[in-house]
Design a protein around this ligand. Structure first.
Ligand code: ADP
Length: 579
């Protein structure tokens, strides 16, 4: 019955409405008690043969029933509102946290599992906080009150009731440990299944291509079966749990009835007292029955609490304590000073002593074979990680001195993985700058070479994109992402193998066009294929985490080395394709 700290924390988002919901829940319970008392008086009157008060008592019972209906409605509304507030606040907080954790977190946590926590877990917390918690408080306060009343009317009734109450409340606790273990098992399986399905959906093209659809289906079936087993295992425990509660409730009520009859026979209580004992004894257990019901409704929240806590408290890979603003209108100079970075647990550094300068307002290309460290370099620039040695400066200032949000807003990235949202093209573009005018939209789209294709679509800029922008070709999606980056007024632009879905000649054209369009920005182009970087002002050649050479295309080709090998490899590759 100890409330998980994470759930207590969640409840604090809606303290007042929750308090109101609890008080209303208490009021609803009181109407049950009032009804029991009124009925006991009416029955005692009948037993005595006096019917004078009967109409009044029955009218009062009806009034109480009506009041309860109104109170219950009010209570449910208040509780729903409180729950909604908790849900919204929690999701908000978790999303903000995810934003701060950045993509580095999602490379270790599975996106599907995070989704399950954010959606189903938070729903469970809502049920727990808005329905179970108020009921818990009522359950803890009402039965003692009833017992106190009964102690005055007929103390002997307590002999049957108190043990039954204790058993009903504490009996299930004996199973708590087991239930918690089974609940966790169930939740983990559930999370895993969610993650598997998401991956299967997103990876469908890859699975198809590999002919692995059948195998994946079999694995998902196995996972579903595991979830079924976990559900049944949990259910079995909670059934045992409910069984004990029910047994205690029935036994307690029966014992109270027997005691009431006995006291009636021995004449130690009045008729009203006997009826009161009979009716109140069963009221004593009502909160406990409700409690058991709400417990099951809110149980998902308990299972999800650990996942929520893990997400809420995960520490970003880099601290965000600096406050300088990276916002400026002139393009900055970007310098890597002897940067060294090793991934956790990796045997060798991914970058070792990397130094180069990307001059302000110019285009610097980063090339190198796969595994050379290009992506790592970008991750360090965006501060998804910090280097262990050396530093990266923007306008002479280490990137660690800028506020994280400001730094990242100042660097627009167009990557291989463009994400377009299920919204209109215009909305997707305006992500970069919500207040951009239509004119600015078309200018950016023109510069990215996508304007004509957009206007050729039936709805133009209002065309709705499917999830992940499925209705556009790969090249179109990338150019749309480019337009989005151009629209943001970020003074640094990173093209991360930006045009890889396009053929090589086209790619070179696009990059050339683009470099004309991005005037006034410091540009980093990270590319595998070299046709695209020929026009860069300066090319940095990375190899095995070190800078192999820096220069322009002609100079690098003359010097031989890694760059020449890359150029030759590119030619061989094209030859192969042509053959
Ligand atoms: P590139 O982008 O040039 O292909 P990367 O920056 O991705 O190269 O990788 C550089 C090196 O760091 C490689 O040896 C790679 O195996 C390693 N590496 C990349 N990401 C991780 C990671 N998350 N954990 C451990 N090692 C990594």
């Amino acid at each position: 019955m100890i409330v998980h700290p994470e759930l207590r924390r969640a409840a604090r988002h809606a303290r007042r409405p929750l308090l109101a919901a609890t008080l209303l829940q208490g009021a609803v319970t009181l109407t049950h008690l009032a009804q029991a008392v009124l009925l006991a008086l009416a029955l005692a009157g009948l037993a005595r043969g006096g019917t004078g008060q009967l109409p009044w008592l029955l009218a009062a019972v009806l009034a109480v029933v009506a009041a309860r209906a109104a109170l219950a409605l009010w209570q449910r509304r208040t509780a729903t509102r409180a729950g909604a507030r908790v849900r919204v606040a929690l999701r908000d907080e978790l999303l903000a946290r995810l934003g701060r954790l950045g993509p580095a977190y999602l490379t270790t946590a599975r996106a599907g599992a995070v989704r399950t926590t954010l959606v189903d877990g938070v729903e469970g917390v809502d049920a727990y906080v808005s329905r179970y918690l108020p009921q818990l408080l009522v359950t803890l306060s009402v039965p003692p009150l009833v017992l106190a009343v009964l102690a005055v009317v007929e103390p002997r009734a307590l002999v049957g009731l108190v043990p039954a109450l204790l058993l009903a409340l504490l009996g299930p606790r004996a199973w708590d440990r087991l239930l918690a273990a089974r609940g966790k098992e169930h939740w983990d399986t559930y999370e895993g299944l969610g993650a598997d399905y998401l991956e299967a959906l997103q990876g469908m093209p890859a699975l198809r291509a590999a002919g692995a659809v059948g195998r994946t289906r079999a694995r998902l079936e196995e996972r579903s079966a595991a979830l079924h087993r976990a559900t049944v295992a949990k259910l079995r425990v909670s059934l045992a749990d409910t069984g004990i509660t029910d047994l205690a409730i029935q036994g307690g009520t029966a014992a109270a009835a027997l005691l009431a009859c006995w006291s009636a026979i021995t004449g130690s209580t009045t008729a009203a007292g006997t009826y009161l004992v009979l009716l109140l004894a069963s009221e004593c257990f009502r909160p406990i029955r409700d409690h058991a019901r709400e417990w099951h409704a809110g149980y998902l929240g308990v299972s999800a609490a650990d996942g929520l806590e893990a997400l809420r408290t995960s520490v970003p890979a880099v601290p965000d304590t600096a406050t300088a603003s990276a916002h400026r209108h002139t393009p900055p100079e970007l310098v890597f000073h002897h940067v060294r970075f090793t991934y956790d647990g990796a045997p060798a550094p991914a970058l070792d002593g990397v130094s180069f300068t990307a001059r302000a307002g110019r285009t610097t290309a980063i090339v190198g074979p796969s595994g050379a460290g290009k992506s790592t370099l970008l991750a360090l620039l965006l501060r998804h990680h910090d280097p262990q040695k050396g530093r990266i400066t923007l306008d002479g200032r280490p990137t660690t001195e800028y506020a994280l949000d400001s730094l990242r807003q100042g660097i627009a990235v167009v990557s291989q993985e463009t994400y377009l949202f299920h919204a209109s093209i215009a909305d997707n573009l305006r992500l970069a700058r919500p207040d951009a005018t239509d004119d600015e939209l078309t200018r950016a789209a023109r510069a990215a070479g996508i304007h004509d294709e957009i206007t050729a679509l039936p709805d133009g800029y209002a065309t709705l994109l499917g999830e992940r922008g499925a209705t556009l070709s790969g090249g179109q999606r990338q150019r749309l992402a480019l337009a989005r980056a151009l629209l943001s007024d970020a003074p640094v632009l990173v093209l991360d193998e930006a045009t890889s879905s396009v053929d090589e000649r086209r790619e070179a054209d696009i990059v050339r066009e683009l470099l004309k369009a991005v005037g006034g920005r410091t540009v980093l182009v990270v590319a595998h294929r070299l046709a695209a970087v020929r026009s860069a002002d300066r090319i940095v050649v990375l190899d095995a985490g070190r800078v192999d050479a820096v220069g322009d295309h002609t100079g690098l080709v003359e010097a031989g080395g890694v760059y020449t090998r890359l150029v030759e490899a590119g030619r061989a590759h094209r030859g192969e394709l042509a053959a």
